[in-house]
Write a protein that binds this ligand. Structure first.
Ligand code: SF4
Length: 299
């Protein structure tokens, strides 16, 4: 049986790139919990954990892995904590590393733009100095109409404001876009406006995942405020192609290694743009026109 030094409140999620990080739950669930496509925390009631409990977990993690390099703060949005409790958590992690005579590489968490905006510039800089170096922001799309249809609770403007505020404080971001988010009807505006927002933000990391329905298509459709027309696999690849082709960025590390993706192009954009587009062209050409993606198994 696998021994874990902390008693996690499940389900527990982390980005693929945090596979080797110590996961520390500073809050449970998601402070927003309304996105139409997201089932991650629907079984959890959002709450911030008391510092005493978090510190016990920090000590448990360090006693089991004495030289932890990276921490990931779970659950859905550690930036929902006010500045002071969040700084207390980071200070506690750093004290434990210092006691063992080394320095952490980084602390990361998911974040919503609105919860970045709620911190002042100087607070964000203090968090960065305390090793909060990377925020994963699932912006999902840069299209305002689609953001409203999926109940994201953000707009193009709030997303840019929040992410630029993090960048100005020296905090890097890893941004997620969901292929197929709006179905056939909204596909082109989704690809175009997502490329526009990414080009404006130029994040350090960019990833794409594909819309899927872990609890069933009907639940998604009941929450989506527009007309959702499922796309074929070919159309999903074409949407991804359009999105990548319109990106105007420099040194953005692009990955698509999420389990929901059927192919996983990767590289540094824009250097590897042609290579990625060529790969996608071949995939599009080889895909039967009527093949439906696996996520349509509930249709
Ligand atoms: S903000 Fe993130 S975790 Fe919360 S409901 Fe939306 S997608 Fe899910």
């Amino acid at each position: 049986m696998l021994f874990l030094p902390v008693d996690y409140d499940e389900p527990l999620f982390r980005p693929p790139a945090e596979a080797y990080s110590a996961i520390l739950q500073v809050s449970l669930g998601c402070s927003w919990n309304k996105c139409a496509f997201c089932e991650m925390y629907t079984t959890k009631k959002y709450k911030i954990r008391p510092l005493m409990e978090i510190e016990k977990d920090i000590e448990g993690l360090f006693s089991y892995y004495p030289r932890i390099k990276r921490f990931f703060l779970a659950d859905g949005d550690a930036m929902s904590l006010d500045f002071k409790p969040l700084k207390d958590v980071l200070d506690s992690i750093n004290r434990n590393a210092e006691k063992r005579n080394y320095r952490l590489q980084r602390v990361a968490s998911y974040a919503l733009p609105k919860n970045i905006i709620s911190k002042s510039d100087s607070e964000l800089k203090e968090l960065r100095d305390a090793d909060l170096k990377l925020l994963y922001v699932g912006i999902e799309t840069g299209d305002d109409e689609l953001l409203s249809l999926i109940k994201k609770g953000e707009t193009y403007k709030s997303t840019v404001e929040g992410i630029q505020k993090a960048h100005n404080a020296g905090i890097d971001t890893s941004i997620m876009i969901i292929t197929g988010l709006g179905g056939r009807k909204y596909s082109e505006q989704h690809a175009r406006n997502s490329a526009r927002i990414i080009s404006e933000l130029n994040p350090k990391y960019l990833s794409t995942l594909t819309l899927s329905f872990p609890l069933g298509y009907d639940i998604f459709r009941s929450k989506f405020r527009g007309e959702y027309i499922p796309q074929t696999t070919k159309e999903l690849f074409e949407e991804l192609y359009l999105f990548i082709s319109l990106l105007d960025v420099e040194n953005v590390i692009f990955r698509s290694n999420h389990v929901s993706n059927k192919v996983s192009p990767e590289g540094t954009l824009s250097k590897d743009k042609d290579k990625i587009l060529n790969m996608l062209s071949k995939v599009i050409a080889d895909t039967p026109f009527n093949e439906m993606p696996k996520n349509s198994r509930y249709l």
